[in-house]
Ligand binder design. Structure first.
Ligand code: RP5
Ligand code: MG
Ligand code: MG
Length: 279
């Protein structure tokens, strides 16, 4: 697998904890490295034992690599290794062990809805990029409250939840602020977006996420699905409003020079190429 980069960021998010520096050639677990001594860190919020988090390994020994009750502990990347009762990150060393900010030991499953439309001028015509001559796509992006980076409005799959449900729910919460809406407003939102979200969608990625919260024993995985509003009169007409873990929300032009959270840019590259859009 490709060497993760954000999962080796020097300072662990939301803390002052510094990762043990892991050079590129020492990422692979199969590379012998006796000097490796990762720092152990589990965030206070996780140690408080909220419903979404696993307790410490020891008294607790979950069913790894399988569906454990309603918690899916299977990886999209195939079986992962267990060492001293703890799962090993399938993309290698991160310089930090423990759960960090993540609730689950092993894979933490998320879903990323990539909602797109064509960029149009005031006359309603598609806008083509001056360099590539290709039509420009726009996607709904949120500015994450935790780190201030722009990202796809994705979120965690709740235990037992279907991914199609997570995609629609997270988009509603983060980009349409459905959590703050009244029951009737929520139903209206639901109705307006269900047509787009009930369409097949284009799965552009399924697997490990190079997320800065990853550790040697806990990591993010996602399924990223593109829902494209071709005519520009479905979701494109909805007023965007940031909610939950999003501080801002906006339609952003899809372009290879964007700086986005984790490896989200890679998902957008696939969308742009599949749709023959500017990149
Ligand atoms: C990323 O974190 C995923 O790709 C997804 O966008 C997001 C899910 O975590 P939260 O937004 O719930 O923090 O790894
Ligand atoms: Mg969310
Ligand atoms: Mg989120």
């Amino acid at each position: 697998p490709a060497a993760h980069v954000k999962a080796r960021c020097p300072v662990y998010p939301g803390s002052d904890t510094r990762r043990f520096p892991v050079p590129d050639d020492k990422v692979d677990w199969d590379t012998d490295w006796p000097q490796y001594s990762p720092v152990n860190y589990t965030a206070p919020a996780v140690l408080k034992k909220p419903v979404w988090a696993d307790p410490e390994i020891g008294g607790f020994s979950p069913q790894f690599n399988s569906l454990d009750g309603s918690v899916d502990r299977k990886s999209h990347e195939g079986p992962y290794r267990i060492q001293n009762g703890k799962p090993l990150n399938p993309h290698g060393r991160t310089g930090l062990e423990g759960q960090g900010l993540l609730g689950r030991w092993g894979p933490n499953h998320a879903a990323d809805p990539i909602v797109t439309r064509w960029k149009r001028d005031s006359a309603g015509q598609h806008v083509h990029h001056t360099n590539s001559q290709l039509p420009v796509l726009q996607f709904v992006s949120i500015k994450r409250l935790d780190c201030g980076e722009w990202a796809i409005p994705g979120g965690m799959v709740d235990p037992g939840e279907r991914i199609s449900q997570t995609l629609q729910r997270e988009f509603s919460e983060e980009a349409l602020n459905s959590l703050q809406a009244s029951q009737s407003e929520r139903e209206k939102i639901q109705k307006r977006i269900s047509e787009l979200f009930n369409s097949a969608g284009l799965q552009v990625y399924k697997g490990y996420v190079d997320d800065p919260r990853n550790t040697d024993n806990a990591w993010m995985e996602t399924v990223a699905v593109n829902f494209h509003d071709e005519s520009g009169n479905s979701v494109s007409e909805l007023p965007l409003q940031a909610g939950d873990d999003a501080g801002q929300v906006s339609w952003i032009d899809v372009d290879s020079s964007l700086a986005l959270y984790a490896n989200h840019l890679h998902f957008l590259e696939t969308v742009a190429k599949e749709r023959k859009a500017h990149w």
